[in-house]
Design a protein around this ligand. Sequence first.
Ligand code: ADP
Ligand code: MG
Length: 704
Amino acid sequence: MSGLQSKLDTSIEFLKGVGPFRADILKKELELFTFGDLLYHFPFRYVDRSRFYKVKELRSEDQMVQLRGRIDRFELLGSGRQQRLKAVFSDESGRLELIWFKGASWVQKSIEPGREYIIFGKINRYKGKLNMPHPEVAALTGKEKAEGRLQPIYSTTEKCRSKGLDSRGIEKLLKTLLEELSPADIPETLPEYLLKKYRLLNRWDALQLIHRPLRAADHLAAIRRLKFEELFFHQLKILRLKNRRNLETKGYVFDRALPLFTRFYKEVIPFELTGAQKRVLKEIRKDTLSGHQMNRLLQGDVGSGKTMVAFMAMLMAIDNSYQACLMAPTEILATQHFHAIKKYAGPLGLGVELLTGSSKAAQRKKLLEALRQGEIQILIGTHALIEDPVIFKNLGMVVIDEQHRFGVAQRARLWEKSAKNPPHVLVMTATPIPRTLAMTVFGDLDVSVIDELPPGRKPVTTVHMTDSDRLRIFGFMKKEISAGRQVYVVYPLISESEKLDYKDLEDGYESICRAFPKPEYQVSIVHGRMKAEDKEWEMQRFVRGESQIMVATTVIEVGVDVPNASVMVIESAERFGLAQLHQLRGRVGRGADKSYCILVSKHKLSSDARLRIKTMTSSNDGFHIAQVDMELRGPGAFDSTRQSGHVQFRIADIQKDMPILLEARKSAAAIMKNDPLLEKEEHRVLRKAIISKRSGFNEWARIL
Ligand code: ADP
Ligand code: MG
C-alpha cells in the first residue's frame, strides 16, 4: 500500500494473452479496464463438471444438467418472430429435444450434425415433455473426464465470443491473472475481527476460490465473503455520506413549546393514536430538535394513518412559527388532503390553502401574496407548489405524499423554497418498500414504519372471479347497495392514449347503467379525459353518498377516502401490477363494515398473473405483497429505484441476501458510531476502499 500503485490498477492490456486489441473489446463490451476489474468479474454460476447426466435420469424441471451425446435432426419451425429451431439430442439412454427461439442460423452453423457434444442447460417441461431451451453447447475435447470440478461460467457478449473471449476464454485470462498475483497484491480490506465474527474467508482466498473452486462448497464460502464485502462497503459509504450531511447542513430547531400540537392531541382528535403513530411522532420530534435537517421516509400501509402523522408534524413546525406544505401527485389527491387537513386544522384556526393547476388566476394571486406574508400556515397542492412564483415566508416542513411519483428534479426545487436552512422533509409512501431496498437504495434516509392499523379495521375479503361470473357479481353489488354500502368498479388504464382501454371503460359503464337503472341507482364515472371540475363533481357526488357506484380508471388509486364504500371490483385484474392492486383494495375496508375486493379476470392467465392474483386473495399484508412484487419484477421495477438509477451490485442480491445485508449494516453502523467520517488512522483502509470503489450510489436525501 505504501503509496505505490496497486498491481490491481494495471491496465488490462498488460495481462499476458490480452494485448491492445482484446483489451479494447474487454473495455468496450464488459467494462473491464484493469486487473482489478477482471478479478471482480465474477462467475454468475458454475457447471458441475464432475458428472454427466443421462437423458433417462432427467426428471424434474429447472434442473441444471450436463449431458454428453449427439445433436442432429435440425428443424426450423414457424416464421418471423415466431420462428424457432429444434434439434434432437441423444445419448445411449434416450432423446431430448433442444430448442432455440433466436439465433437459429448461428446455431446451425456452429453445430455439426452427428458429432458428439457436451450440452448444458436448464430442463424445461412443455406439454408434459421435457426439453432444453438454449443449451450451452461445447464440442467434446476428450479432456472432460479429467476435469471433475466446478467450472465457473462468466457472462460475456456475442462480440467477445467471436474474438475468443467466451466464458472459457475469460476463465483462461483469470487463470493467468491469478498466477501472476500474490497475496501481497490483494491485501485484506475488512477488519480482522469481522472476519472472525462472521467466519469470512480472507480476501485473497475468496478471490482465488470464487474463480477456481477446488472442492464443491468452496465457491459458496467465497461468494459469502464477497457479498459481505460489497454490502459492507456500500453501507459504509451511505452512512458516511449521511454523517457528512448531518455535520455540514444545519436544520431548523423546533424547540419551542407545542401549544397547537398539544391542543390538537388532547382536545381535537376523536380517537386514540396507534402505538405506531405515537412512535413515529416521537422520531420526528427528535429529528426536529436535533439541529440537523430531517430526511425521513414514512412507510405505512394504506389507511394506517400517515396523513394524521404528517399533519401533526406540520403542527410542530407551526408551533415554532414556520410554515408547512404538503405536495401530492394528483389534483384529486391534493384536494382530498386539503379537505382532510382543513377538517383537522379548522378547530385550531389555522390558515390552510389549496394550490393546483386549476386554481384561478385572481385567487392564485391572493394566495401567493398571503403565503409570502406568512398568513397561510399550511399550503397543500400538486406540482404547482414547485413553480417559481410560489414563495414562502419561512418554510420549515415539507411533506411529500406518494414520493415515487415525483421526479428527482422536482423535489430539488421544493428544497430551494426554504430561505435559510433546508426544510425538514417527510416523505410518505403507501407502497411499502421491502426492507432490503429501503436499506440500500434509500439507505441515507431515516425510515419510519407504521406497522399497525387503527383498531377496528377488518381485513378485506378478496376473491377471484372470471368474466363469466358477471351476473353473480352484479347480484352481490345489489345486495351490498341495498344494505346502504357503496361500490367501486375500476378499469385498467395503461396509458391515456389507449383507445381500447377507454372502450372497455365505456362498455363497462354502459352495462352497469343497464343493470343498475335510474332512479333507483346513481352511477358516477371518473376518468383521466374528463375536465377537472367534472371529475371533482362526480367524486363529490360519490363522497356524499348520492351515487352508489363509482366507475373509474386508476385515477382513484391513491388517497380517496369514502369509509362507506365496502366493495372494490377490479376489472381485468390480470393487467394490474401487485402494488396497484393493493393500493386499489386499500380504498375499501376503511369504515366499520365488512369489505370485499373482487378481482375479475379472463379465464386464461399467465403464470405471473396467476401468482399476483393468488397473492392478493391470500394476503392483506402490504409488505408481503411488496416482497412478492419485487421477486416477480426485480428491484429495478420499483419506480422510485428506477428514477434513482438504483444500486447495481456485482454479486450481492438484495432480494436474497437479507441476512448478509443485516450483518453488513450492523457492522458498518458500529464502526461509524465512533468515527462518523472514517477519519481515524485505524480506518484508513476502509476509507480508501470506499473512495476507490466505483458505484452507482445516489445521495437520496440531497435531492429530496
Ligand atoms: P393513510 O394516509 O395512511 O392512508 P390516513 O391518515 O388517511 O391513512 O387515515 C385513514 C383513516 O383513518 C382516516 O379516516 C383517519 O382519520 C383515520 N385514522 C387515522 N389514525 C387513526 C387512529 N389512530 N384511530 C382511528 N382512526 C384513525
Ligand atoms: Mg392517505
